[in-house]
Design a protein around this ligand. Structure first.
Ligand code: SF4
Length: 211
């Protein structure tokens, strides 16, 4: 079977359709190697004491750092208007909008993880729970959140495993989480109330490790 070649894309546009890469004026080049060591994408090699563009399409679209740092002005790039023209032709903003949403979600997750790690490093008392039951249908997460606000504790490292999800159908899930005290005090009161909440909602506590 013939191998399919992976096409490099720049925001949905085949990279090789964008003629953005450096050109070196050999007469001016003194072979200092600054472009070669500055470029993190292996666009250049130094051959016969001159900079050569060996992988033009490795060049990051819009980047012209090598031209900026070249001490003798031997490097040139196409006009930046060319990029804007291509962006319009390919209606790139639709793709960018999706990418922006994904990046925003990833950043929000990283921030939440950072906050959770901060809480974990400060907490002296915590309890690890593993529970199972109709977590989603019974809004267990929301109920825990309400309790956490009332009793001043936090819930971190939450994972929910649902083997099969169907709307309007009861599906048992497995949930793991850690309870930590926001005020770094004993969390027995929170644990008692959580146990009560699970009991009232038919959620089974499979494991509870308190520290
Ligand atoms: Fe040549 Fe300029 Fe690259 Fe130095 S930085 S090797 S002078 S192109």
């Amino acid at each position: 079977m013939a191998e399919t070649k992976k096409v490099d894309l720049w925001h949905g546009i085949p990279r090789e359709s964008i003629p953005w890469y450096p050109t070196v004026d050999e007469k001016k080049c003194i072979g200092c190697g600054l472009c070669f060591v500055t470029c993190g994408r292996n666009v250049y090699e130094i051959i016969d004491k001159k900079a050569k563009v060996v992988h033009p399409f490795n060049c990051l679209v819009g980047c012209s750092t090598c031209a900026t740092v070249c001490p003798v002005g031997a490097i040139s790039f196409p006009d930046k208007d060319m990029i804007q023209k291509i962006e319009r032709e390919y209606a790139i903003l639709k793709v960018v909008s999706t990418e922006k949403t994904k990046k925003g979600a990833k950043l929000a997750l990283e921030k939440a993880r950072e906050n959770a790690n901060k809480l974990l490093s400060q907490a002296t008392h915590f309890a690890d729970y593993t529970v199972a039951g109709d977590i989603i249908e019974k809004n267990i997460l929301q109920k825990i959140e309400e309790l956490s606000q009332k009793l001043n504790f936090d819930v971190v490292n939450v994972t929910i495993e649902t083997p099969l999800f169907k709307f309007n159908e009861k599906v048992p899930s497995l949930m793991k989480f850690r309870v930590v005290s926001r005020s770094y005090e004993d969390i027995s009161h929170a644990i008692d109330e959580l146990d009560e909440l699970f009991k009232d909602n038919g959620i089974v506590v499979i494991e509870k490790v308190k520290s």
